[in-house]
Design a protein around this ligand. Structure first.
Ligand code: C2E
Ligand code: CA
Ligand code: CA
Ligand code: CA
Length: 278
């Protein structure tokens, strides 16, 4: 008869084996998937508080599989990062974002800033600021329309290099957001003097039942952020209660299923063209 410990060991090994196979699949299939157009953007609106109009959009990667399945970026992005392909994904997504943004501008659908996610390795490439500027020039779009989201985690590895890269991007007109703020150890004090415009408070920060004390914490966080000249965006807003609470706390913008999930292009354009933009 097997003991509980042994059973656990077996499950553990199966987990590792599955992870290893998943890693291999992602690495093998990434380049063909990019080439075949299977990796592309979804668009999640960002709304302004307290009004609720569409104030921006975040571009999120989706990978369609030839067999019809789909992989979640929270699974494949870490693999690409580890395998050294994340910067390729990021640049692909930046270009896709610019193509769509250019289309919205040209068709008069309303122009909202577009947020893209950059992995740490993208920001390590010395040529990134020049490449980004060249791309914006090529599409004849102002860099002020692009917000670059960098996860809070990135601050833990070579912050001096990161700050230098972000400074150059910010000097070139891009805005910079710290993503997943509150999920890790980075504090607002750490960010003081960093080339940052926005903090995006992580969805793990929101609880189903917000207490009066939570309210005070969020309020003082928002106040401090504003004192530092930072705008505050909250992601993962799912309920009216949370929205009321966050508006009360002075949050500037929000994103979440309460407003819209990540949408396909047509659905997002309908929203943009439907009066949400002005
Ligand atoms: P993130 O940048 O923190 O993006 C927010 C995630 O929260 C998205 O997951 C979004 O779909 C999800 N979300 C939005 N509203 C709600 C809500 O109300 N409730 C809940 N529970 N979740 C909500 P998604 O699309 O699965 O992306 C996961 C992560 O993958 C992103 O987290 C980002 O870190 C990464 N990612 C996605 N696209 C890219 C990309 O092009 N490049 C890089 N480097 N990373 C990407
Ligand atoms: Ca993000
Ligand atoms: Ca986030
Ligand atoms: Ca994240």
């Amino acid at each position: 008869k097997r003991g509980a410990g042994e059973r656990r060991t077996l499950t553990y090994h199966r987990g590792l084996r599955e992870e290893a196979l998943f890693f291999q699949d992602v690495v093998r299939e990434f380049a063909p998937a990019l080439r075949d157009g299977l990796i592309g953007p979804r668009f999640q609106p960002i709304v302004s508080y307290p009004g609720g109009s569409v104030a921006g959009v975040e571009v999120l990667a989706r990978w369609k599989h030839a067999e019809g399945g789909r992989t979640d970026p929270s699974r494949f992005v870490p693999v690409l990062e580890e395998a050294g392909f994340a910067a390729e994904l990021d640049m692909h997504m930046v270009v896709r974002a610019l193509v769509h943004l250019k289309g919205w501008v040209d068709r008069g659908l309303g122009t909202v800033p577009v947020s893209v996610n950059l992995s740490r390795s993208s920001l390590r490439a010395p040529g990134l600021p020049d490449r980004m500027t060249a791309l914006l020039d090529a599409y004849r779009l102002p860099s002020s329309l692009i917000c670059l989201e960098v996860s809070e985690e990135a601050w833990s590895s070579d912050p001096a290099q990161l700050k230098a890269a972000l400074s150059r991007l910010r000097d070139a007109g891009f805005s910079i957001a710290v993503d997943d703020f509150g999920a890790g150890a980075t504090s607002l004090e750490d960010l003081a003097g960093s080339p940052v415009d926005v903090i995006k408070i992580d969805k793990s920060f929101l609880r189903s039942q917000m207490s009066e004390r939570d309210g005070m914490v969020v309020k003082s966080l928002v106040r401090l952020a504003h004192d530092l000249g930072l705008a505050v965006v909250v992601e993962g807003v799912e309920t009216e209660e949370q929205a009321l609470f966050l508006k009360e706390a002075g949050v500037d913008r929000a994103q979440g299923y309460l407003y819209a999930p990540p949408l396909d292009r047509a659905s997002f354009e309908a929203l943009l063209g439907g009066g949400g933009s002005e």
